[in-house]
Design a binder for this molecule. Structure first.
Ligand code: LLP
Length: 433
């Protein structure tokens, strides 16, 4: 039996499985809280994107894994072996990728406010491309590259002015965003002209990312139209033909039964068709296309296992099931009220008819993982699994309340191994003087 995704199942003991392994046994062996990720499922998702982008967009086009979704050394090894590009948004992500041997020429350096040190580190490390966010960044890339006797490839982040249907905190392509320059105000075109004038910048194209957890293909079609019209305007104004169009990521993921399951390859095929028609209509050569999926590569491959502590029933109000983790390992409900699916791992085949709020262990009322959801009845010591936590959980984890971060156990070919070890109290005080 599968649950939301076919990397998950229920075995003959009625226990939840991931990558074929019994999650109750994994919790016993490694302790909780525990992130468990199916490496084979991550690789499968990379191949879906890679094949579809190459098939529908052809040579030069490839997907970049947006590594903010899940970043540690082993992920970059997987991305390297799968021949993916990656996007990094900080020197820390860049350092992690390089430490894992990821080839710098397939790295794109993003971020809305790269420091001088970030830019120097990126250029010195031979990163393939910068996504410049502002005039200041273009200037810094240009002067740093000149000092280092290099010409640095860069694209410019622009905002197409699109407001997709998603949580307001994860919309990024609207005109009043902190990211990029708006097309509609004329500022993006001014910056393109400026970038073209810079001697040590190899200006290659434009980038946008409209937001995250987006389910409607139409939103991407509208974005493509705005971007391709802009490419035609650039050609008309400057004679320069953009070589590369990066449409960012954001493709939605099924967290609960009610969410649709997107067929990413079909979506890319439909997008390619629109882009071809638009390029013909605006009389421009189709640029290389880059996409930057993060969540849709890693989310479904991960679960988090917790041990249930107290089960508190407030007569006439509601029931709280408290677990030994919370917003420190998964801040997504506290930040975005994001819905999730949870199951009692040892009774995954039973009917989920116990309505409750799942609370974390931090001294904070907002430290909840889910409200008003249905799980199997449970008591202290049971293992609770929150599904679809591969993206933006480990990467957003914190040490609030001085709680050590959980380890990441990966499963590959039916075998578990530690990709990130559990933090200790020594780790917690490591930087304290
Ligand atoms: N490219 C750029 C430039 C981005 O800013 C992002 C995400 C992505 C690609 C990947 O988007 P994805 O395919 O993962 O949706 N912490 C939030 C999500 C923030 C996304 C930020 N940018 C969450 O947990 O929902």
């Amino acid at each position: 039996m599968a649950m939301l995704y076919d990397c998950l199942g229920i075995n003959e003991r009625g226990h939840l499985t991931i990558g074929g392994l019994d999650t109750v046994s994994l919790a016993r062996e490694y302790g909780t809280p525990l992130y468990v990720m199916d490496e084979d499922y991550i690789r499968r998702n990379c191949r879906i994107y890679k094949k579809a982008v190459e098939k529908f967009f052809g040579g030069g086009s490839f997907p970049l894994y947006a590594s903010k979704a899940l970043s540690f050394k082993h992920i970059y090894r997987i991305m390297n072996e799968e021949d993916m590009g990656i996007d990094v948004v900080s020197s820390g992500e860049l350092y992690t990728a390089l430490s894992a041997g990821f080839p710098p020429h397939r790295i794109y350096f993003h971020g809305n406010n790269k420091t001088d040190a970030d830019i120097k580190y990126g250029i010195e490390s031979d990163v393939g491309c910068f996504a410049a966010d502002s005039r200041e960044e273009l200037d810094c890339i240009n002067s740093t590259a000149a000092t280092l006797n290099k010409k640095q490839k860069a694209i410019l982040r622009v905002s197409p002015g699109i407001n997709p249907q998603t949580h307001r905190k994860i919309i990024t392509g609207s005109v009043d965003s902190k990211f990029g320059s708006a097309i509609i105000t004329g500022q993006a075109l001014e910056l393109v002209k400026y970038a073209l004038s810079l001697k040590s910048v190899d200006f290659a194209g434009i980038h946008c990312h409209i937001g995250s957890q987006i389910f409607e293909n139409e939103t991407y079609f509208e974005t493509a139209e705005i971007m391709i019209k802009f490419i035609a305007d650039i050609k008309g104004e400057t004679g320069f033909e953009i070589r590369e169009l990066n449409l960012g990521g954001g493709f939605g993921v099924r967290y609960i039964e009610e969410h649709p399951q997107i067929d990413y390859a079909a979506m890319i095929g439909a997008l390619a068709k629109r882009i071809d028609a638009l390029c013909a209509a605006y009389n421009i050569k189709r640029p290389e296309i880059k996409l930057e999926p993060g969540r849709s590569i890693v989310a479904a491959s991960g679960i988090t296992l917790y041990t249930v502590g107290s089960v508190k029933e407030i007569t006439g109000y509601k029931n709280y099931v408290s677990v030994d983790g919370g917003m420190t390992d998964n801040p997504r409900y506290a930040l975005y009220s994001s819905p999730c699916t949870a199951v009692i791992a040892g009774r995954a085949g039973e009917k989920p008819d116990y309505r409750c709020t799942v609370a974390g262990r931090c001294c904070e009322s907002g430290d909840l993982l889910a409200e008003n959801i249905k799980i199997q009845p449970c008591s202290r010591g049971d293992i609770l699994a929150v599904l679809v936590t591969g993206a933006y959980n480990y990467s957003m984890a914190s040490n609030y309340n001085r709680i050590p971060r959980p380890p990441v156990i990966m499963v590959s070919g039916g075998k578990p191994f530690t990709a990130v070890r559990r933090e200790t109290f020594d780790d917690i005080v490591r930087c304290d003087m």
